[in-house]
Structures are given as C-alpha cells and as structure tokens.
Design a protein around this ligand. Structure first.
Ligand code: URA
Length: 240
C-alpha cells in the first residue's frame, strides 16, 4: 500500500508538489474514479491509474540511465563527494536507489541506477557474461601485443587473473584510443589492464552494457527513465 502522490512521483510522472496539484485538480483517476486526496493509500499493482487521461503502466522498480559526469562517485551516500544519487532530478528520487555497478570518480558514461537488486546482480555477475564496452583514451599507442594480452586475460601484479577481454583500435586515433569489452567489473579494471601493458588511461567512458547503448542525446550529467525495451535490450545479442 502506498500513497497516491508518492506513487505518481515514484513513476516519474511529476515531482511531489506537482503530483499533489494534479490529484487535487481531479486529473488522476483510480479505477475510473477521480481521487482528490494525495494521501489516499492503495495497492498500485491491482488498480488502473490514469493521469490526465493517459493510462499509467505501473512499474514496481525504476531503472534510470545516467550519463555519468566525471567528479561524482558511484555511491548512494558519501561524506566528501557528490554521488550519482545526489545529481538525480527530484522526480526520480525514491528510497532504495543505488548504482548498478561502479564507475570510477573520473570515468564518464553509461551507469544504470535502480532499486532492483536482482536486476543489478544479473547484469553485473561475470557468470552472466553481460559485456560492458568502454572507450579508453591512452597516453601511448596500442599494438598487437596489447590486444593479444587482453585476449589471453590480463594478470594483475597481485596475481588476480582477468577474463579474456576484447580490444579494438579506434580508427583515426593514432592508435591511442581503444574500444575495450569486458564481462566483469573488478576495481579500476580497465585502467589496471592497460597499466599492466605499460599504458595509462587518460580518459575513460562506458558506452554500453550488453546491447544497451548510452543514448547519444543524453548530455553528460543527465538521465532518463529506461523503457522496458531498454532493459530487455541489455540481453539481446549477448555473446558467450
Ligand atoms: N574500469 C576502470 O578502470 N574504471 C572504471 O570506471 C570502469 C572500468
């Protein structure tokens, strides 16, 4: 059971104030009847909700695509730094949101923020082979040896072995930009993999998770609600 105003906010329909106004104006119908009390409590899964004549497809969980900017940390709360949750617009905020995986403070690009733990586990577990793609700008040129090392599975100085990874040189980059594909998310993984090969990453951006690509119309620091299709597309064309 949840309050009507909170349900509208949780579905990204409106901010708290706007949701209350919509309800009081009689713009929100529950099972065909206008409900004018924002505090009205009910089970949204079992009801038809209409807002300004438009049916609302209630989703229990929320999935947000964020184009993460550099300078914010992939955490829920932090005493020193701004977090990816802090930069979400008010209408997307709800209890239990967390980033599904971590990008370093200086890494940009695709980060999914959700309140669905099962989903997060599914896309993050290396066992599920969901590929994550990054564009890495480097201080030195990539050569065939680096590509081979990635293919064979890089071993870090502490003996940790990475799963085989793909590395492609991005054309017209003087061999200094690579497209890296990995299926796991070890701490600073891409930077450490290049570092083993004597190369520093000067800029890192994640562009995809599975077959879901960062929306090119999403400015850095902005986010959008993901559609059902976006979520499903993660698993399309998954390579094992
Ligand atoms: N690998 C890294 O080194 N950093 C990230 O943020 C993501 C992958």
């Amino acid at each position: 059971m949840d309050r009507l105003d909170k349900i509208l906010v949780s579905q990204g329909i409106a901010g708290r104030k706007e949701a209350r106004e919509l309800i009081k104006k009689g713009e929100v119908l529950v099972n065909g009847e206008p409900v004018k009390k924002p505090e009205y409590k009910f089970e949204p899964e079992n009801c038809d909700i209409t807002v300004k004549g438009q049916g609302l497809v209630y989703r229990k969980n929320i999935y947000i695509m964020l184009n993460k900017p550099s300078g914010v940390v992939s955490a829920v709360k932090d005493n020193l730094d701004t977090t990816v949750i802090d930069i979400l617009p008010e209408e997307y905020r709800r209890k239990g949101l967390f980033p599904a995986g971590r990008l370093d403070k200086d890494t940009e690009g695709l980060l999914i923020i959700t309140d669905d733990g099962e989903f997060a586990h599914k896309i993050l577990s290396p066992k599920n082979h969901v590929e994550k793609r990054y564009i890495a700008e480097l201080d030195k040129e990539i050569d065939g040896n680096v590509i081979k090392n990635f293919e064979n599975g890089i071993v870090f100085a502490d003996g940790t072995k990475c799963m085989p990874a793909k590395l492609k040189i991005i054309p017209e980059s003087q061999n200094k930009k690579g497209l890296v594909t990995i299926c796991e998310g070890k701490f600073h993984q891409v930077k450490k993999m290049f570092s083993v090969c004597g190369i520093n990453v000067v800029h890192l951006k994640r562009i995809s998770i599975g077959n879901l690509y960062l929306d090119s119309n999403l400015p850095i620091g902005s986010c959008k609600l993901m559609s059902k299709l976006d979520i499903e597309s993660i698993y399309i064309g998954k390579l094992h």
